[in-house]
Design a protein around this ligand. Structure first.
Ligand code: GDP
Ligand code: MG
Length: 609
């Protein structure tokens, strides 16, 4: 295909506005997948994606469509020239905006999908600006017009007033009934420019993503920016200097389809005998070995917002967890992993995530796809501490502060975000109260139309990651939408909060909190632990402390002898049953010092804040 007949576009939208459904319909319309395949959201392949109904990984599909240029309404005649269209479906949730910006780097245009009833939401705003800043042609698509509450005119007004998008350019669709879908691909071909690459130049391609396939090894998704790539070529990486033989090349249809060749402007895959996905650096430039090219700009590095420790639920399973994490990070390069050890939990890992949902999804995939059984420590954001001796430290694990106990803290900083919240105007009061309770500073207050308000706040990242979204949803009856991007560090009054079991600090339960909230968080943690730790043979005291000051305390009294006697009485089968049950229970226990703590207790601690 000559580049003039290639279009690379993405579908961007607020979560649930219909991206994946629209993508499915376009794949059906072009005969790429069979109509009525029965599988909704064809591109959401992962089990977590299907269960949660969200897209986690961006997916690419190539399709073909006949069209006469300059005849936007006449379409798909047999004589019309065929166009090669690369569609990149993207995740909508704020945690995965990194995937979105990566996908956009391979596109010249985007379909901005907006729910006709809900109108513009927080991620619509964020995604619009991502696309706008990348100079993409934006085609507004007002979807779900089949709904009784649809109000396309209101959405058109919002698009005009907020983004300066001409209402006449908006397409009206229902990805559910198929209404209006015939105008989508002609608009893509008419309004989005072909890729700008130079076909006669040396090969340059951008490495978009990679994953590990059991049979083929490392598979790289690439966008061919200039030149062409053939099977048998020798390619080099600008980042590592390593060279590879191209063993297979083709496009995603959406299953891999080998073509032996990729031309300028195409998006496809390459198999090149890379042994691990660590060699495939996202954002790297690949070029023909021995040719001289200027590397492409690449991507800005991933910002890890949340860190937590991951430990095997069963001490002996460290190696199993290690290999599960290795396999999973092969398909999710946005997680950072380093080994760490904890006095309480033994050997484990410190992982960095894009946000709490990302962390949750990673945990779920470890358990579902790789059979791991894990304990996660309380997530923390990266703080910066400066000590009186002038040294500074980035703290990704609260336990690390103990090592410097001799030093006195002089100053500390915490990361903040700039959050965009869109709500119906009657909820403004409640949301302002929530934001000030979370130490927020108001930056903007705008009416986007007569009924909706956009609020912008600078908030400490920590206040956002712990349950902010759920609370926001609940005080606004589900109507609020939220998006945020990282802002600067600000000075803060932080303290380390320790949890002590029978007088001994448990390093894996330490957190860093704002001084004003330490008492409350300490109380909540102690109460949670009391609820989830079973009575044992001896009394257990649970304390929360800042330094030597105890801020909360509870005790769990010892199990009485007769309770145990009762268990061991009775007939033999009942006894057997109880022992079985005990064994099962034990598997999910972690012994810390002399106290058995169930896995759920760790899980519950994650939600305190
Ligand atoms: P995404 O999060 O943007 O990928 O959204 P999905 O494609 O997963 O769609 C979210 C929900 O909206 C699903 O339950 C879809 O069936 C539904 N949906 C998508 N398009 C339409 C539409 O045009 N009309 C109606 N009524 N529902 C739709
Ligand atoms: Mg989706």
């Amino acid at each position: 295909y000559p580049t003039e007949r290639i279009r690379n576009f993405s579908i961007i939208a607020h979560v649930d506005h219909g991206k994946s459904t629209l993508a499915d319909r376009l794949l059906e319309l072009t005969g790429t997948i069979k109509r009525g395949l029965g599988q909704p959201q064809y591109l959401d392949k992962l089990q977590v994606e299907r269960e949660r109904g969200i897209t986690v990984k961006a997916q690419t599909a190539t399709m073909f469509h006949r069209h006469n240029l300059g005849a936007p309404d006449v379409d798909n005649t047999q004589e019309a020239p065929s166009y090669l269209l690369n569609l990149i479906d993207t995740p909508g949730h704020v945690d995965f905006s990194y995937e979105v910006s990566r996908s956009l780097a391979a596109c010249q245009g985007a379909l901005l999908v907006v729910d006709a009833a809900q109108g513009v939401q927080a991620q619509t705003v964020a995604n619009f600006y991502l696309a706008f800043e990348s100079n993409l042609s934006i085609i507004p698509v007002i979807n779900k017009i089949d709904q009784p509450t649809a109000d396309p005119q209101r959405v058109k007004d919002q698009l005009m007033s907020m983004f300066d998008l001409d209402p006449a350019d908006a397409l009206l669709t229902s990805a559910k009934t198929g209404l209006g879908l015939e105008h989508v691909l002609p608009a893509v071909i008419e309004r989005i420019p072909p890729p700008p690459g130079i076909s006669t130049s040396n090969l340059r391609m951008l490495l978009l993503d990679s994953y590990y396939d059991e049979y083929k090894g490392v598979i790289c998704h690439v966008a061919v920016v200039d030149g062409a790539l053939r099977k048998g070529d020798k390619i080099s990486s600008a980042a590592t200097g390593q060279s590879y033989d191209v063993l297979d090349v083709g496009f995603m249809n959406p299953e891999l389809k080998s073509t032996g060749m990729l031309f300028t402007g195409q998006v496809g895959y390459v198999v090149s005998g890379m042994r691990s996905t660590k060699e495939a650096r996202i954002g790297d430039t690949l070029f023909l070995a021995r040719s001289v090219v200027e590397p492409l700009p690449g991507f800005k590095p991933v910002q890890h917002m949340v860190f937590s420790g991951l430990y095997p639920a069963d001490g002996s399973d460290f190696e199993a967890l290690n290999s599960a994490i290795e396999r999973l990070t092969c398909n999710d390069a946005s997680v950072s992993v380093t080994k760490e050890s904890s006095t309480a939990l033994g050997l484990g890992f410190r992982c960095g995530f894009l946000g709490l949902l990302h962390m949750d999804v990673f945990h779920q995939r470890l358990e579902q796809e790789h059979g791991a059984s894990i304990i996660s420590t309380i997530p923390t954001v990266p703080y910066i501490f400066e000590f009186t001796d002038g040294s500074k430290m980035k703290v990704q694990n609260p336990a690390a502060l103990t090592a410097d106990a001799g030093k006195r803290v002089k100053k500390c900083w915490e990361p903040t975000v700039s959050a965009t919240i869109i709500i119906p105007s009657e909820y403004v009061g409640a949301v302002i109260t929530l934001c000030s309770d979370r130490r927020g500073e108001q930056l903007e207050y705008t009416f986007i139309d007569s009924q909706r308000v956009l609020l912008k706040y600078r908030l400490p990242l920590r206040e956002i990651v712990v349950d902010f979204y759920n609370e926001l949803k609940s005080i606004t009856s589900g109507y609020a939408s939220l998006d945020y991007e990282d802002a600067d560090y600000q000075t803060s009054d932080l303290v380390k909060l320790d949890i002590l079991l029978n007088g001994l600090p448990v390093d894996a339960m330490a957190t860093i909190v704002h001084n004003l909230k330490a008492q409350r968080v300490g109380r909540e943690l102690v109460d949670k632990l009391k609820k989830f730790i079973d009575r044992q043979m001896f009394e257990i005291t649970i304390q929360a402390a800042i330094g030597s000051k105890i801020v909360a305390r509870e005790t769990i009294s010892a199990m009485r002898k007769n309770v145990i006697a009762k268990c061991y009485g009775g007939d033999i089968t009942r006894k057997k049953k109880l022992l079985e049950k005990q064994k099962e229970g034990k598997k999910r226990m972690k012994r810390v010092g002399s106290v058995d703590i169930p896995q759920e207790a760790f899980h519950e601690l994650l939600k305190v804040g």
